[in-house]
Design a protein around this ligand. Structure first.
Ligand code: 5GP
Length: 312
């Protein structure tokens, strides 16, 4: 697996990389590892750097090329087989590498180890197979963390000197609200509303199931949404909130499915623009499940239809 040649550096954007193995791997397990990284939306490079370990004059006589580099956690990964003869040699090389390059983080992993590592860094449960129905990760946990931090910083700057009220719409906003409010370094109040969702059978209109607890008259209101799809829900909510005479009313949404917009709604803060696909995770549900995933993912093609057919 580790080779003494200079591997080509291939920086892969995780979302686009799925199913497009442009890299030629030396071993099947490396390709599987890359697929798992892609599944979790983790950026990786294959054999980007060779570390000289021993030289004879100008000539490198021994070197070590770890299999992967994960820029998000600044760590090199060397995958292992369980062949003891190879392991002893690998351990020796790693010891030497750590002595010569003390600032470089290299982890030696077997398959069980690397699934655990991914779970530890918040990329989800230890195996993709354990989340039934999930197709692929569209926005990974580290990508969400980074973006929520940026949004929080922007909101802190824009509302400096004021005490905004963050209004969330239950239940999809639960994760986003919890993370976003902790990234806003201002005194903030929070409040929640719950609304009825569209009923295919009975039709009807958006009903308020839970109203705000406090008055927003004269307050700076920031409506926090999980996702804006057609924009109809948000449009209704904005009309409702405007009638309660806030000093200002802005919108922050984590996801924007712009391609499906039917009503033109103003979005002041957007986490990610996503394609026209049904997504789950990080608060978003399918049949009330999947809200607890740390990332945003799509469902397997046909999964919803299959589940609906089974429920009949
Ligand atoms: P809109 O009124 O903009 O069409 O829809 C907004 C609401 O529909 C969201 O608050 C959310 O509850 C639901 N929704 C829209 N797209 C998705 C999606 O891709 N996944 C999930 N789980 N809910 C969605």
């Amino acid at each position: 697996m580790a080779s003494d040649r200079n591997g080509e550096t291939t920086d892969r954007a995780p979302a686009e990389a799925v199913g497009t193995p442009a890299v030629r791997f030396a071993h099947e397990s490396e390709e599987e590892f890359a697929r798992i990284l892609d599944f979790y939306g983790i950026s990786w490079q294959y054999e980007p750097r060779t570390f000289p370990l021993r030289t004879d004059g100008d000539k490198v006589v021994e070197a070590f090329t770890p299999d992967f580099y994960l820029p998000d956690i600044d760590t090199y990964i060397e995958l292992t087989t369980l062949r003891q003869d190879l392991m002893t040699e690998k351990h020796r090389k790693l010891r030497t590498l750590r002595e010569i390059y003390p600032g470089v983080e290299v982890k030696l992993l077997n398959k069980r180890d690397y699934l655990r590592l991914l779970a530890k860094y918040g990329f989800g449960p230890p195996s993709p197979r354990s989340i039934e129905g999930v197709h692929r990760v569209l926005v990974s946990a580290p990508q969400i963390r980074r973006r929520v931090k940026e949004l929080g910083a922007q909101i802190t700057k824009d509302y400096a000197g004021r005490t905004p009220v963050l209004v969330g719409v239950l239940k999809g906003v639960a994760c986003f609200m919890a993370d976003l409010m902790r990234q806003v370094s201002l005194p903030v109040a929070i409040d929640f509303m719950a609304i009825s969702s569209f009923d295919n059978v009975n039709g009807g209109y958006v009903r308020i199931l839970k109203d705000l607890d406090e008055s927003i008259d004269g307050r700076d209101v920031l409506l926090v949404e999980d996702i804006v799809d057609t924009g109809m829900t948000l449009n209704h909510l904005l009309t409702y909130l405007r009638a309660r005479k806030p000093a200002s009313l802005k919108v922050c949404t984590l996801l924007d499915k712009r391609a499906r917009r039917l009503v033109d709604v103003p979005l002041d803060y957007v986490g990610f623009e996503i394609p026209d696909e049904f997504v789950i995770g990080y608060g978003l549900d399918y049949g009330q499940l999947y809200r607890n995933l740390g990332f945003i993912a799509t469902l397997k093609p046909g999964w919803m239809e299959e589940q609906a057919a089974q429920a009949k």
